[in-house]
Write a protein that binds this ligand. Structure first.
Ligand SMILES: [Zn+2]
Length: 258
């Protein structure tokens, strides 16, 4: 049976700015091909404020995330989990399923399960479960079940290692984002509040420059100037159709050894 996956991609991230950092380039390329894009954050990043309260930071960061999404004509949705205290709960799974169903998602992107950040790991688990449950009629969702389980992909973590310093499993493929770098930086520039935060939290003086270093590092592995890295979730219960790889075939470099 040949399955049809709608060209609707829903990207889930723990915090505002993660989507732009890890997937901004590929999303631009998909948008250019007419894909519908939804950016979901599990939290509004309320801990990511310097000199603003949690509530003020939430309001500010939602505005920043919505502005970045608008550059892609994408809808921005926040599921209102709490930054720094993100847990895999029934409530968040159902909220995630609601989005997948309402948007008739064909492809879902989530963090890697072995990401460096605890919130990212929780987000990855929530998205994994939500995608798996999206077709099941007994789920207490406000929307009708999807006909087909969406294809599930993982975006990159920061750096090329897991939390123990071991090299992560090599990406299944890279996307050459060289021609859309400027656009990706424009999306990232919507998150002005994070420049000061990165300076204080990570002693990072040039947040946007650091993001570019990541793209350059993956580019070096892929053999192009700049790249983003992706893995397709190949666990039981998920279809293995290489839809994104086919859709972007002129920009795809197969993964290999790190
Ligand atoms: Zn994050």
């Amino acid at each position: 049976m040949s399955l049809q996956f709608p060209k609707n991609i829903v990207v889930f991230a723990a915090h505002p700015d993660d989507t732009e950092i890890f997937t901004g380039g590929m999303l631009r390329l998909l948008r250019n091909k007419g894909w519908e894009i939804t950016i979901v954050t599990l939290t509004a990043g309320g801990m990511g404020g310097i000199g603003t309260s949690e509530a003020e930071t939430i309001a500010l960061r939602k505005t920043e995330a919505a502005a970045a999404a608008a550059l892609l004509d994408a809808e921005y949705v926040c599921l209102d989990g709490r930054d720094g205290y993100l847990f895999d709960t029934a409530e968040l799974r159902i909220k995630a399923i609601d989005v997948l169903r309402r948007k008739k998602a064909g492809v879902v992107i989530g963090h890697l399960p072995m990401d460096y950040h605890a919130d990212h790991r929780a987000a990855s688990a929530i998205v994994d479960a939500a995608a798996m449950l999206a077709t099941l009629p007994n789920v207490p969702s406000s929307y009708p079940p999807l006909e087909v389980t969406p294809l599930f992909y993982h975006s990159s973590t920061l750096g090329l290692t897991d939390p123990l310093g071991n090299k992560i499993s090599p990406p299944h493929f890279f996307v050459n984002i060289t021609e859309v770098t400027e656009f990706k930086m424009k999306m990232l520039a919507c998150h002005q509040s994070q420049i000061e935060l990165m300076r204080v939290m990570h002693k990072m003086d040039d947040f946007f420059g650091e993001v570019q270093k990541q793209d350059l590092a993956w580019g070096k592995v892929a053999g192009v100037p700049r790249a983003e890295a992706y893995w397709q979730h190949l666990g039981g219960g998920f279809q293995k159709t290489p839809l994104l790889q086919e859709e972007l075939k002129d920009k795809i470099i197969s993964g290999g050894k790190l």
